[in-house]
Design a protein around this ligand. Sequence first.
Ligand SMILES: [Zn+2]
Ligand SMILES: [Zn+2]
Length: 460
Amino acid sequence: MQKSKVTKTPDKAEEKNAETEKRIPKCPQLLRGMKDILPESQKHWNYVRKIVEELAEDYTYERIDTPILEETSLFARSVGENTDIVEKEMFSFEDKGGKKVSLRPENTAGIARAYIEHGMLDRPQPVRFFYWGPFFRYDRPQAGRYRQFNQFGFEAIGDSNPIIDAQLIVMCQSLYQTIGIPVVTQINSVGCRECRREYEQLLTDYLSSRKKFLCEDCKRRLTKNTLRILDCKEKDCKEILADAPHIVDHLDEECKAHFVKVLEYLDEADITYQLNPFLVRGLDYYTKTTFEIWPEKEEGSQSALGGGGRYDDLVEVLGGRPTPACGFAGGIERLIISMREKEIVIPPPEPPDVFVAQLGESAKKKALRLVEDLRQKGIRAASNFSTEGLKYQLSVAAKLKVRFSLILGQKEMLDKTILLRDMEGGSQEVVDYNKVYDELKKRMEKVKAIIKNGNNHSEE
Ligand SMILES: [Zn+2]
Ligand SMILES: [Zn+2]
């Protein structure tokens, strides 16, 4: 302090600022790659959640919630030790007991673990699950990609029939169409462990002779996870891959028959799909069918809306009995970006039934009670107690698009009455306070009947 006085003479305001800064530390900021979902964005989230839940119910997928935190080894063993997700992108740490744990980067592994741990093999198969929640990857944040992101997904565990794969694709396509986003499915087969081993050797041979043209990442992948090279977005690697052998040409009889069946079912269901021989999805647990759902005709679209496939070995790899399975996961942020781009109109929520307005302290007290009484009788009542002005309160009511308002002022308090205002047209009636519920209900029924008749007329 002494020194600063000598070297500099700060003015009073500056001095004060410095003092405040010392006392109140700056507010901590949002972590990089994280995001708040503010109330104004929630309508998109609620709408997507509603459609996912309805679809899950139609197809008898039941909700499951697994923890966000799992043992690191769960993901290392399922997603794969040599994948980008496990190698570079997991939020992993040691807990206070010294156990290695990770924030879940995806949900299939956690659900397979739950399936084994709760002995669900004894239930009628396949057991169908759906989920919705946050996932974490310590990735380089880019537009529309966050370190905490949200996904919904469907998993059908315990059935090897190709119709399960096909129906899952039909269902997911229908989800996006319902929301209003035309989509196309890309599909491939990565075979089983046996045919993949053979193909991996073929691909390694092909790429080894061209190794010097590959990007640095792919050079490394060549010895550890060759299939991942098929996913590479680098131009040079893509050029080399153009002539690479395709895995679908090297499937054994069983895997080929499975793939052909899936495509037949999709044809039958009139599903538009494109064969993509390079679609391997970059996770170790996939077998046979892999697929991704892309927005149709979206030029330069960088990422799929979602993807999935079969994972017939996963339950066994994690220590359960051999159990075939198939699943899909969709990104919610990615979907909402598409909805905004397409300017999809979300149906507005039903307005409250009534707005309770008040004027004066004693009316305020009574109104507080009235709102609660109405709510308990099944009437959705809105209010705004933070302002005194009646005009302002009624403008809030208009904004909420409520049909009726109840107004309680000093005069009404004395007369034990209340004003019932029809917001359409603005007519007002004085009603006995003790009969407010009956009077309101009567008018609500009347409006409902008019709306119903009106609809009937238009149908004729
Ligand atoms: Zn095979
Ligand atoms: Zn590459």
